[in-house]
Design a protein around this ligand. Structure first.
Ligand SMILES: [Zn+2]
Length: 651
């Protein structure tokens, strides 16, 4: 694998503060974060930018409706985005806001430069204006000659004095750029749409407004106090003002042009047409890639507030784990295509890919090394006995890096899973437990060392995808995740000579259905839940003892019973509402009516099996189980001796 040395600049779009963060924002930001982490690990100097877009008439209206100034409103929403990215451990280097003074100075400098070059002129604009989309349309573009083609709201005829950018003069230059740079717009199918659009003819672009004032003023030298800049001119410039454009050029030289601008497909046109034209006008180099991703649907349906099926990314990450959520998003959908979020798909990824293929392999390393070699690993005979497997692994790994900046992250992950398959298969093929019985200890060691080395390489490659889990794998294997180790194990294809394995908790415990606040109950059938791809148990593990990991597959928590009532027509069941500090109570149906009355249970605590698959009893859902012991004297619930904080884990 070749080492890339060039500096890398990665951006998300700046998010418009008229919206709360949804799964689409999280998706873009997670992809960017993955690219940034990966590129840092390979030793490239990296700069990762995200932020918020805060100007425009729509923001002014939203603020007014809430009785706030536009700045107060923007502060509030921008703060929420920043908090979410901080909660998600997003490794941005800068969070830019278009209300930052430095940004505004940079935008004015750009306007001045384009004006001096003769690319900006003053004229009159008359058109059909959609306030909601902040876009002018021609009559031909309207639906029923009245409604906005993008959002369907009525448009107004607006005539105003405006400055224009000579976009029409950049038609040929843009077409030439598209032609000479095959991957400048990704995926390529989207590029064709853009090329066709430009070929159909570009009109000059109105870039100032006089009908509202919540925006960046034109530069003072223009002496046009009524005009503010068109939001898209203001917003797009963030990619260079963040690097100091208009101030000093230190970061500009270091990081411009961008390696990749990540965008949603709805804003590709602005990024793939206006933005390169502005840059050409400013005599700046053009970005390497503008990459547009698709939408997420939920259970096959478009998400919308009115349907109540919007996926809240924080809720998903809290329920399933941030790293699992990251893996799911990056693996599930080929970049550029629309993806579907469903609980079933997410559970399949977690239980099968992460639990069985990855997590289980680590357990096997720990189990075998502990049982046979006191956790000590020595790689001296790996090449002697396993050259074939190593060659297989390297043949796959040689290609994986090329997928990353072509935005084929799903293929990158698919290939890493092929490597895990090599490892899992080798254990079955060589049966280290049989080697041990036959006294071939060095062969068994070579196998365990092979698996350990494969896991170490995989850990380095997956660090950008699941940083928290990978740091646990790395510490279990006794390796560091850093550029030196990356170069050694991935670039130079070396092995970890000697290491000591440390046992870790189960990394990806099996998850059954979790009931989400806005959840549409998903139909996970028993067969699917039982998991088609579970591995056969190893012969050596065939006894009645379980490992601690196995025990911790059950999540036990302290809960307080806040409500209890009898289930009519049932001799045994009580219907309980149990608080496990999850933000909502769980309904638990317990067969304890003969031993406890509903009244005496309210306010008491119990030990609850919290990760039990929900079941239906007498037509009602039960989302947990209480621990109890029953003998000839009756049944008693198992409870903490003294009151414990609700939600405390039992271990
Ligand atoms: Zn509209």
């Amino acid at each position: 694998m070749e080492k890339s040395c060039k500096n890398v600049y990665i951006t998300t779009p700046i998010y418009y503060v008229n919206d709360v963060a949804h799964i689409g924002h999280a998706y873009t930001t997670i992809i960017a974060d993955m690219l940034a982490r990966y590129s840092r690990l390979t030793g490239s100097k990296t700069y990762f930018l995200t932020g918020t877009d805060e100007h425009g008439q729509k923001i002014a209206h939203s603020a007014e409706a809430r009785g706030k100034t536009p700045k107060e409103y923007a502060d509030e929403v921008s703060g929420k985005f920043k908090k979410l990215w901080d909660d998600f451990d997003i490794t941005y280097d800068k969070f830019i806001r278009t209300t930052d003074q430095e940004h505004k100075n940079g935008v004015q400098k750009a306007f001045e430069t384009m004006y001096k070059k003769g690319d900006i002129y003053k004229g009159d604009y008359e058109g059909f204006y959609c306030v909601s989309c902040e876009t002018f349309f021609t009559q031909k573009q309207l639906i029923d000659e009245q409604f906005c083609p993008d959002c369907g709201k009525p448009t107004n005829i607006v005539k105003e004095e405006s400055y224009f950018f000579k976009l029409s003069e950049y038609e040929d230059k843009l077409l030439k750029w598209y032609e000479e740079n095959e991957d400048c717009i990704l995926p390529r199918s989207k590029k064709n749409e853009i090329v066709n659009f430009v070929k159909s003819g570009l009109r000059d672009l109105s870039i100032s407004r006089t009908s509202f004032d919540w925006g960046v003023k034109l530069p003072e030298s223009m002496n046009e106090p009524k005009h503010v800049m068109y939001v898209w001119l203001d917003a797009l410039m963030n990619y260079i003002t963040a690097l100091g454009y208009g101030k000093d050029d230190i970061n500009m030289e270091e990081f411009w042009p961008a390696k990749v601008h990540l965008v949603g497909k709805d804003i590709l046109r602005f990024h793939a047409i206006y933005w390169p034209a502005f840059l050409m006008s400013l005599n700046l180099p053009l970005p390497k890639h503008i990459a547009a991703h698709g939408w997420w649907t939920r259970d096959g349906e478009k998400m919308s507030k009115s349907k109540g099926n919007v996926v809240n990314p924080k809720e998903i990450a809290d329920a399933y784990g941030l790293d699992s959520f990251r893996y799911f998003m990056l693996r599930e959908v080929p970049f550029g295509q629309d993806g579907d979020f469903s609980q079933k798909a997410l559970l399949d990824r977690i239980n099968s890919d992460l639990g069985n293929d990855l997590g289980n392999l680590l357990n096997r390393i720990s189990g075998m090394s502990g049982k046979y070699f006191d956790f000590k690993i020595d790689s001296k005979d790996v090449i002697k006995y396993h050259k074939k497997e190593l060659d297989e692994v390297y043949a796959i790994l040689d290609n994986v890096e090329s997928y990353i900046f072509n935005m084929q992250i799903n293929r990158f992950l698919e290939d890493i899973w092929k490597v895990l398959t090599v490892a899992n298969k080798a254990i079955g093929d060589y049966e280290p437990w049989a080697k041990m019985k036959d006294g071939k200890e060095d062969e068994a060691m070579a196998l365990v060392a092979l698996i350990t080395n494969i896991m170490a390489k995989v850990a380095l490659l997956l660090d950008s995808v699941m940083p928290e889990k990978i740091s646990k794998i790395a510490s279990s294997l006794g390796i560091s995740i850093d550029t030196i180790t990356y170069n050694k194990l991935i670039v130079n294809k070396e092995l970890v000579n000697k290491t000591t394995i440390t046992k870790v908790e189960q990394l990806f415990p099996r998850i059954e259905e979790v009931l989400l606040k806005q959840s549409i109950p998903s139909q996970v059938s028993k067969d699917q839940a039982e998991n088609k791809s579970s591995k056969k148990p190893e012969k050596e593990e065939d006894d009645n003892l379980i490992t601690i990991d196995k025990f911790f597959e059950t999540t036990l928590k302290i809960g307080t019973i806040v409500e209890a009532e009898e289930v009519p027509k049932s001799k045994k069941l009580l219907k309980l509402q149990v608080d496990l500090a999850e933000g909502r109570n769980r309904q638990v149906l317990a067969g304890i009516k003969e031993f406890y009355s509903a009244e005496e249970l309210v306010g008491t605590q119990a030990c609850v099996v919290a990760n039990l698959k929900p079941a239906k009893l007498m037509g009602m859902i039960s989302e947990g189980m209480l621990l109890a012991a029953k003998d000839e004297n009756g049944l008693s619930l198992i409870r903490p001796e003294t009151k414990k904080t609700i939600g405390t884990k039992i271990s």
